[in-house]
Design a protein around this ligand. Structure first.
Ligand SMILES: Nc1ncnc2c1ncn2[C@@H]1O[C@H](COP(=O)(O)O)[C@@H](OP(=O)(O)O)[C@H]1O
Ligand SMILES: [Mg+2]
Ligand SMILES: [Mg+2]
Ligand SMILES: [Mg+2]
Length: 351
């Protein structure tokens, strides 16, 4: 099985630069630097600039690889967005050219790069327009996952994955606001989760140091707690409550934005991640789950939809008919899946 050594190196370097960008943007973010997209969700200068940086670095290393990225530059190309566009270009160039120190080897082509023009950076954002599909190599970029958490100063994640023939091979999740070790808060914040199919999962610091292999522990029933979204619109809190009570879980759920939830699950901070749709019609996006799914699987866990089916990353930009997500260690997963089925039947009977 390929170890995807070069892909991993480039991907970690890209996420590292993007994390530095998003952390520094947060401290300077002003009101008119956030737009509302067509689906009413927020997007900030940080989302755009981070996608530009990651896409540029991927293009340098793998010019033929298509990219499925969350953001596009259509709005930025409008004359009325000139101020925001200039800011994004400046941020992206700063992130692409800054010295990051140890671990940022120039020899891999991932060290400080050249400044890019506005046209090049807008085109880099728009290279994320690939439709996805069942065959070939493609990257997914979610430059800021959990934009709402980012805006609240809480958890968010810079997420990147490599998918080959619909199978996730590499997943990287950068979490600048996450404690490196909740048991040792003095080690500070900032974690990058890294997984390569067949080669395990680990976490490193934002500088790529202190690698720690990740393995989901076995949980006693009394130690089980759920990880879930902060946003009730993204996943049903009431359904999770019902599942918890069916499983006699007494611990309160841990609410957290973004794929930081998958990272926490992979290292044993929480026993299960349950994401049930709040309404009909929303289709989960592949960039919201591909890095997390490979991370949890490589840490020994199981990730399925709410019916127990595999997540299908080969259907395009979304997960298609996959309904909800259940991620957990093997034993907990099968118990949660049973309870989800029971709660689902109860809900149907009531409707
Ligand atoms: N109605 C909905 N149902 C489920 N997920 C949704 C949703 N609306 C938006 N999302 C997704 O939820 C992601 C955040 O997940 P979480 O709630 O776990 O933090 C968002 O990612 P972005 O923040 O990258 O846009 C977005 O893609
Ligand atoms: Mg978004
Ligand atoms: Mg997202
Ligand atoms: Mg996003």
């Amino acid at each position: 099985m390929s170890s995807y050594a070069t892909e991993k190196k480039v991907a970690v370097a890209a996420v590292r630069r993007a994390c530095q960008l998003t952390s520094s943007v947060f401290n300077k973010l002003v009101k008119n630097e956030t737009l509302t997209k067509g689906d009413k969700s927020p997007v900030t200068v940080g989302d755009y600039a981070a996608q530009a940086v990651i896409s540029t670095m991927l293009y340098n290393a793998f010019p033929a690889d298509p990219i499925v990225g969350e953001e596009d530059a259509a709005e930025l190309r409008e004359e009325s967005s000139a101020e925001m566009r200039d800011r994004i270009i400046a941020l992206a160039n700063e992130a692409l050219t800054s010295e990051l120190g140890p671990g940022d080897e120039v020899s891999w082509g991932v060290g400080p790069g050249q400044e890019k023009t506005a046209v090049q950076l807008l085109d880099a954002i728009d290279r994320g327009n690939h439709p996805g599909g069942p065959s070939g190599r493609m990257w997914t970029i979610d430059p800021i996952d959990g934009t709402k958490g980012f805006l609240r100063g809480e958890q968010y994640a810079v997420c990147l994955s490599l998918i080959v023939d619909a199978q996730v091979q590499v997943g990287i999740i950068g979490c600048p606001n996450l404690l490196f070790d909740p048991a040792q808060p003095d080690l500070g914040r900032g974690v990058i989760f890294v997984a390569v199919k067949g080669h395990g999962a680990e976490q490193v610091t934002l500088t790529g140091a202190n690698p720690i292999p990740l393995k989901i522990p076995c949980f006693a029933p009394s130690d089980i707690s759920f990880l879930e979204s902060v946003e009730a619109a993204h996943s049903s809190h009431t359904f999770n409550e019902r599942v918890s009570s069916l499983l006699n879980i007494t611990r309160s759920p841990v609410r957290m934005d973004s794929q930081a939830k998958y990272g926490c699950l992979a290292r044993g901070d929480g026993a299960a991640y349950l994401r049930m749709p709040t309404g009909v019609g929303y289709r989960e996006k592949i960039w919201d789950h591909a890095p997390g799914a490979i991370l949890v699987e490589e840490a020994g866990g199981v990730v399925t939809d709410s019916r127990g089916g595999a997540l299908n990353f080969g259907l395009g930009r979304t997960l298609g008919e996959n309904f909800g997500v259940i991620a957990a260690g093997r034993a907990v997963h099968s118990r949660v899946l049973e309870a989800v089925k029971t709660a689902g039947m109860e809900a149907k009977a009531k409707a």
